[in-house]
Design a protein around this ligand. Structure first.
Ligand SMILES: [Zn+2]
Length: 203
């Protein structure tokens, strides 16, 4: 049964990376995804240095909660410290996806916040923080995100991208997709004029 769960999580992670790549939310070597395999802290995570649009389930690495490789590959994602920090301090999180979503990241670069332009934005992304820049792959980035993602579904990394969490990889992916959808709406509306928001008494 454990092997069945591991196999299906490996397949789901691969599927998520293909979708992220095909939608332009990551480039070939960007972004990463992981899933918590067991309460003991075994984590499945995408590898570093491989084309993300064409991974196979066997490319996925297995690491422990300290980021040590248990089996499967030589180089797990360079953002492993980000993933392990989130799992350590957020026991309810079982999957993490990190993308470089261009519209969401672009709006943050210009200092624009996510506003309640649709129901998802009003409810799920009510308070998506924009976290100040930390070096990709650093322990500092991991700690900053782990602290700020508590009770949230996503955070935006300034000059970098987005991190979303969920109970499954597909759930975390949906958060990334919804956030980008909202960002595109805000971008388009801002281009043409004033952005109409859902009235506060209707949320
Ligand atoms: Zn990144």
């Amino acid at each position: 049964m454990v092997q069945d769960l591991e196999r299906s999580l490996r397949e789901e992670l691969v599927k998520c990376m293909k979708i992220l790549h095909s939608k332009g939310l990551i480039s070939g070597l960007g972004g990463n995804a992981s899933a918590r395999l067991s309460r003991e802290g075994v984590i499945l995570i995408t590898p570093s240095g491989k084309f993300k649009g064409d991974l196979t389930p066997d490319d996925i690495c297995k690491i422990d909660i300290e980021g040590r490789v248990l089996e499967g590959c030589i180089r797990p994602s360079i953002e492993s410290p980000l993933h392990t920090a989130i799992y350590k301090s957020n026991p309810h999180v079982n999957a993490i996806i990190h993308s470089h979503s261009p519209f969401t990241t672009g709006l943050a670069l210009a200092g624009k916040k996510i506003e309640p332009v649709n129901y998802e934005a009003a409810v799920i992304f009510k308070e998506v923080p924009i976290l100040e820049f930390r070096t990709p792959g650093s322990k500092e980035l991991g700690e900053l995100v782990a602290q700020n993602i508590k009770n949230r579904r996503a955070v935006i990394l300034q000059n970098h991208g987005v991190v979303a969490v969920g109970s499954t990889p597909l759930e975390a992916l949906s958060i990334i997709e919804s956030l980008e959808e909202v960002s595109i709406m805000i971008f388009v509306a801002s281009h043409f004029g004033e952005v109409k928001l859902i009235p506060k008494d209707r949320i």
